[in-house]
Write a protein that binds this ligand. Structure first.
Ligand code: GDP
Length: 180
């Protein structure tokens, strides 16, 4: 039986969380450029972008949700997390506070999302060198936290695109392994 173009085998909802201005929206934009959805009238103010790709010969539509600034008011609603198969917790490698809040985001995820939600940790803005702004979160420190919490970890840069594809693909691969 031939595979029809446009047929989707799986839809994976993935949520991106983390403090304000860590680069969540930019990371999403990097990974998912093929579609854009913005419901500006929505009272919950969420938006998502999608990218369809092939994993193990299956067509997978990754539906990646952005908080659309809700995190500024610490009011990310449970609707945001509902049905999420994957989650990416993002911090900024040049802002220590954004890393210190990672456990809170992970707790929030565990409280609202399914127990089987695959969670990964991404240290963004890895392109910034001490000449721009000093790094406040050493790679080893983040790697240790990720290991303790059982999360996939990578550093990335939405600006240069470095590791962005890899980070999302690793997460989607893991979700695939869980659902298939
Ligand atoms: P959000 O609030 O977490 O969605 O963050 P945004 O995606 O809006 O990004 C916040 C700010 O950080 C913006 O000024 C971005 O241009 C900047 N930014 C995002 N990602 C990177 C990155 O990888 N490197 C650098 N240098 N700046 C970034």
């Amino acid at each position: 039986e031939g595979e029809k173009e446009g047929e989707i085998d799986y839809v994976f909802k993935v949520v991106v969380v983390g403090d304000s201005a860590v680069g969540k929206t930019q990371l999403l934009g990097r990974f998912a450029k093929d579609e854009f959805f913005l419901d500006s009238k929505s009272t919950i103010g969420v938006e998502f972008q999608t990218r369809t790709l092939t994993l193990h010969r299956k067509r997978v539509k990754a539906q990646i949700w952005d908080t659309a600034g809700q995190e500024r008011y610490r009011a990310v609603t449970s609707a945001y997390y509902r049905g999420a198969l994957g989650a990416m917790v993002v911090y900024d490698v040049t802002r220590r506070a954004t890393f210190d809040h990672v456990p809170r985001w992970v707790e929030e995820l565990r409280a609202h999302a399914d127990g089987s939600t695959v969670v990964s940790l991404v240290g963004n803005k890895a392109d910034l060198t001490p000449a721009h702004r000093p790094r406040e979160v050493p790679t080893e420190k983040a790697a240790r936290l990720a290991e303790e919490q059982g999360l996939f970890f990578s550093e990335a840069s939405a600006l240069t695109g470095d590791n962005v594809e890899r980070a999302f693909l690793a997460l989607l691969e893991e979700v695939f392994a869980v659902v298939s």
